[in-house]
Design a protein around this ligand. Sequence first.
Ligand code: ADP
Ligand code: MG
Length: 229
Amino acid sequence: MIELRGVHRHFQVGEQLVRALDDVALTIAGGEYVSIMGPSGSGKSTLLNVIGLLDRPTTGRYLLDGRETTELDDDALADVRARRIGFIFQSFHLVPRLTAFENVELPMVLAGQAPAARRARADEVLAALSLTDRAHHRPDQLSGGQRQRVAIARAMVMRPTVLLADEPTGNLDHVSGAEVLAALESLNAGGISLIVVTHDDEVAARSRRQIRMRDGRIVHDAPTPGSVR
Ligand code: ADP
Ligand code: MG
């Protein structure tokens, strides 16, 4: 459960104060499938970064599973992020010199897990994303859609409860984008919360709840018409 209350995120840029988030209140329950749309600069990425504990509100409260996160220090925050949150970016953010397998293994290495357990789990998530035969390829040896599926595998490996995707299909052709979306949706069907920032009406139409932002504010938040909730 994600609960934002009166959240502001301000950036001072020279003389100007940018209100990237301006009094945002938002509750997202476990297992939801939410899309976030809005013009460029409306605060979508900032909102996702705050939800994903990559950034902190300037003011306001953020409770994750009932726990106030704004009082946690950086180490505690990193720990919660590593265990609860999976992040997927438009530009994949894979480590170029590591293979698909090693990219997926990395969060478990950082968490200090034993090699045998890491291998078993990495093999499992790579198989779930139909990447077994690409496990030993580096990112530059993979298509865009395969790279994004590696990124999803890496995001899933620690069994997060929330998956955050910032324009995950933005760099992909239509077919690869559909594959990536299907992979995200099958994870959501397994119970994980899925929050997708998108410019694509088709993606938004598939979500079960649509949020629209403008100038750092949520200006629309409603179930997708015709969706089964
Ligand atoms: P979106 O993802 O909807 O395009 P962003 O959340 O990236 O929008 O940005 C919202 C506003 O905050 C924009 O005006 C952007 O320029 C500003 N902003 C975002 N991050 C920073 C930053 N680190 N420093 C200064 N301004 C920022
Ligand atoms: Mg953005």
